[in-house]
Design a protein around this ligand. Sequence first.
Ligand code: DLL
Length: 439
Amino acid sequence: MVTTTARRVQAPTPEELDPEERMDHEQIRALQLQRLQQTVHHAYQNVPLYRQKFDAAGIRPGDIRSLDDVRRLPFTTKDDLRQTYPFGMFAVPMAQVRRIHASSGTTGRPTVVGYTETDLDNWAKLIARSLRASGVRPGMLLHNAYGYGLFTGGLGLHDGAAKLGATVIPVSGGQTARQVQLICDFKPEAISCTPSYLLTIADGMEAAGMDPASTSLKVAVLGAEPWTTQLRDEIERRMNVDAVDIYGLSEVMGPGVANECVETKDGPHVWEDHFLPETIDEQSLEPVADGELGELVLTSLTNQAFPVIRYRTKDLTRLLPGTARPGMRRIQKITGRDDDMIILRGVNLFPTQIEELVLGIEALAPHFVLELSKNGRLDAMTVRIERDPALSVEVCEAASQVLRQRIKGRIGTTVEVRLEEPGALPRSEGKYKRVYDLR
Ligand code: DLL
């Protein structure tokens, strides 16, 4: 049974918010227009690729007179960044760049981004805002288990936590037994990592004879990969924490582009004073209305070293009205990327849809991977899932058949479900690799 725990941490008071968080939507829009105009000028003047693309589209920076005019600008894609590898999209002289980050680059060249001192300061402020919205307070200990290095998670959260006035424990990812020991000894109230890695840590606690629900932790700031509200419920129940969603991507800044507010947990608020979000139809590239599902497109409004104009994130979501911060819109919790979509004999599905169904069946552990293979000329998918060690094999076998039926019933495709022994599947140490394409 999923039961939601009572809130463990407090939302910030209105006095604690940044002035921009208290603005109404009209004030935010006015700020956005002014910053958009500056950004477009800056990109046009200093980045040859933007100049070429704007010229080809017949648009000049002076043509941007309203926020809607953003739609006249060309999109930017990961390919543009790859073509200009490594530093071709930087808009300031290298001597002003204080730090470089890069995406993992599992396919092709990594994408490289740069930050001036002001960029780093803005980023730290936005992470501080994100952590505060999550319920982290000055003086709290934050166990930061996002990877340190070129990945933006570790250092991004690190600087933001310091800006907030929290005490950072810079553990980075991996070495789970050591993480468990440190949580036990240092007693942090907050943790930041990917949701899948938090499950690995919870398993590590159980393996060490600890109850994951009775640690010092009160709040978990989770992101960098898609996760469902069902997984949030599972983590909150199992670990007795508030689990809050943090969103971002290296190409646009890193973590802290959007963050959920702990008092509502209704999808991340986009920090619209620094980013202009749009949603588009991925096929026609036409805008979709707020509330409709589309690909998220982001324009940075304050980035100096690496301004991005209409960056196609590939993340699928809806833009929703602000709640806890009425002046800034929210995105619906992102449950899939365009690239993650599996097409199985004509049916489209996302790994998170399987996660949702798995978590609805008690006898199954939340550890599963999807294997795609060929069965003759047809595509086939196997869900390999671990059984719950506390239950008999027969009960788990029956549960795995329930999963098979639910996938057929809800998603409309036949898959094989294979039960695995506890611990048989690889564990997450950061972003979890859920899909193995063996075709
Ligand atoms: O993952 C930045 C980050 C670090 C975000 C720590 C949150 C916490 P990249 O490696 O460039 O940057 O990957 C960005 O990860 O386009 C999404 O597909 C996915 N992603 C990030 N946050 C979330 C989230 C970091 N909260 C890509 N929910 C993005 C779903 C997310 N997907």
